[in-house]
Design a protein around this ligand. Structure first.
Ligand SMILES: Nc1ncnc2c1ncn2[C@@H]1O[C@H](COP(=O)(O)OP(=O)(O)O)[C@@H](O)[C@H]1O
Ligand SMILES: [Mg+2]
Length: 308
């Protein structure tokens, strides 16, 4: 089957000269959950805009289910549900009216039973007659999702769906995405959280500075990203590493007060027990320790090489 979304050489230069997308090629398969992972400013929102027709491309083409998004904007757009990064709602309309109206905008016949199910699924049914202005931020975000799904799109875009949302909403959102997928929908989400990509996606694309650096199955990518860091807060600052640790991927930070060791958490031998033993043998004592997943920045350094 042809991809549900096909981007070919998509380039966007904003009027101020900013190159936000640099010849992006990307195909999304029908029925997959695709996470577009990248730091702030990478071009994620711009790419979604190009696909949804809200950003005019400088060059390149995008098709949705074989329909060109520029030549046949309305037909392509009708297949897409978009939950933008920023909340944008008519604050004086009721929840149900907002969602039902959005369905009508796409020329779909009214279907109160469908709207009811949608509102129930998103825990909005109790609030169906409330005006948007009366809702909490989390509830408004749920309305944004219901609105995006009101016309039964084939593809749902979620732009940073869980940035700044509470744990409950995050959990509900993930459950909803899984259910949509089980019903055959395609879901594309952007995120700068690796754990979100890890939790949700079948495939992950990494974007930075307007370029897609890689697209891979999640499992393979997570193996690559599976680096962790062990930080030890030392009792006494060290000016140099013990000789028994020469050549280890260890850095001394904060004037030798912290020792930071990078390791592969999925490896059979992480090196951590050996590290701790050698430090003890060298008489290096520590007051505290923590391990953290490597940051997206570290990963980019890994992926594209330092200084690129
Ligand atoms: N309307 C705009 N005008 C000019 N530059 C923009 C505009 N929107 C985004 N940019 C720039 O384009 C780049 C990509 O932005 P964006 O797509 O919003 O990234 P992301 O969603 O990954 O954070 C950034 O450098 C951003 O500052
Ligand atoms: Mg964005």
């Amino acid at each position: 089957m042809p991809p549900i979304i096909d981007c070919v050489a998509v380039t966007k230069r904003y009027a101020n000269g900013q190159l936000a997308l640099d010849s992006v090629d990307l195909s999304i398969e029908r029925g997959e959950i695709f996470a577009l992972l990248g730091p702030n400013g990478a071009g994620k929102t711009t790419l979604i805009g190009a696909i949804c027709g809200t950003v005019s491309m400088t060059s390149g083409t995008v098709s949705v289910a074989g329909t060109d998004v520029v030549r046949d904007f309305r037909a392509a757009r009708a297949r897409i549900g978009l939950v933008p990064q920023e909340i944008a709602l008519d604050i004086f309309a009721s929840v149900r009216t907002t969602v039902a109206f959005s369905r009508g905008l796409f020329g779909r016949p009214a279907d109160p039973a469908y709207i009811e199910r949608l509102l129930r699924d998103l825990s909005l049914w109790e609030k169906r007659d409330a005006r948007i202005v009366e809702l909490s931020g989390g509830m408004k975000r749920r309305v944004m999702i219901a609105k995006a799904l009101a016309h039964e799109p084939d593809v749902l875009f979620l732009d940073e769906p869980t940035a700044g949302v509470d744990v409950n909403l995050r959990r509900d959102m993930w459950a909803l995405v899984r259910r949509l997928r089980s019903e055959g929908a395609t879901v594309i989400l952007t995120t700068h959280y690796i754990d979100e990509a890890e939790e949700m996606a079948d495939r992950v694309g990494v974007i930075d500075k307007g370029r897609v650096l890689l697209v891979e199955d999640k499992a393979a990518l997570m193996r690559k990203l599976g680096k962790r860091r062990l930080t030890l807060v030392l009792h006494d600052p060290l000016s140099a590493l013990p000789e028994s640790l020469a050549g280890w991927p260890i850095a001394l930070d904060e004037g030798g007060r912290r020792l930071v060791y990078a390791f592969d958490a999925s490896a059979d031998d992480t090196g951590v027990p050996t590290l701790l033993r050698r430090l003890a043998e060298a008489g290096v004592a520590f007051a505290d320790l923590e391990t953290t997943a490597s940051s997206l920045e570290d990963i980019f350094v890994d992926l594209v090489g330092a200084g690129s």
